[in-house]
Write a protein that binds this ligand. Structure first.
Ligand code: GRF
Length: 210
């Protein structure tokens, strides 16, 4: 008798977002097109008005609002961990999540948290990356997907994509050009992770061939 192959289990991802959620949408689109073999297990938002929540609703994705205000960071993070773990999350994706994570959270998911940043790290970390890049006068910028460790915007780099900075750029036009690349880079990094093709060696992330 032939043995039936059981279909391989899809990686379960949890997305943390604080705002409009266009990166979250890029992940949803890739999953729905069949090109990203993961299950979006849950969205966690710390902002009740986040566009990301509306996107989760529209696509039937479980979501949870957790308020960060008026409590110690660790308490907020414990609440998130509880939600992520109860949904069986194996990879945490920060898609415009505007809270700094403490070692409590980071150490709970070693090399299992990735973040998208709108600049070519280690240049321009922080929350005003596109403005900082423009004001500094760089001629190229871009985005970085990296593993999250306890250094803010400092973990091992998975993917970077660049864009030119044009003569007449404003913060808005530069941010829009970078955002297009974010929407390609973040799902791509998740896919590499899901395929088991990322190996972290110190600061370097090796991408294994198929
Ligand atoms: C993106 O530029 C991301 O790199 C930064 O915050 C922004 C979030 O945008 N961390 P969105 O909510 O995914 O549309």
């Amino acid at each position: 008798m032939m043995e039936q192959k059981t279909p391989s289990k899809k990686l379960r991802i949890g997305v943390l977002a604080s705002g409009r959620g266009s990166n979250f949408q890029a992940i949803i689109d890739r999953v729905e097109s069949g090109d990203l073999p993961v299950e979006i297990a849950v969205l966690v938002c710390n902002n009740p008005d986040a566009g990301a929540i509306e996107r989760a609703r529209r696509h039937g994705i479980p979501w949870k609002y957790i308020d960060h205000r008026g409590k110690p960071r660790e308490e907020f993070e414990k609440e998130i961990i509880e939600v992520l773990d109860s949904h069986g999350v194996e990879l945490v994706v920060l898609a415009g999540f505007m809270r700094i994570l403490t070692p409590l959270f980071v150490n709970h998911y070693p090399n299992r948290i990735i973040n998208i940043h709108p600049a070519l790290l280690p240049s321009f970390p922080g929350t005003h990356a596109q403005k900082d890049a423009l004001e500094y006068g760089v001629k190229v910028s871009g985005c970085t997907v990296h593993f999250v460790n306890t250094d803010v915007d400092g973990g091992p780099i998975i993917i970077q994509r660049c864009v030119p900075v044009l003569e007449d750029d404003t913060v808005e036009t530069l941010a829009a050009r970078i955002l297009k690349e974010e929407h390609r880079a973040l799902p791509e990094a998740i896919k590499l992770f899901a395929e088991g093709r990322l190996r972290v060696e110190g600061r370097r992330v090796k991408i294994l061939s198929r």
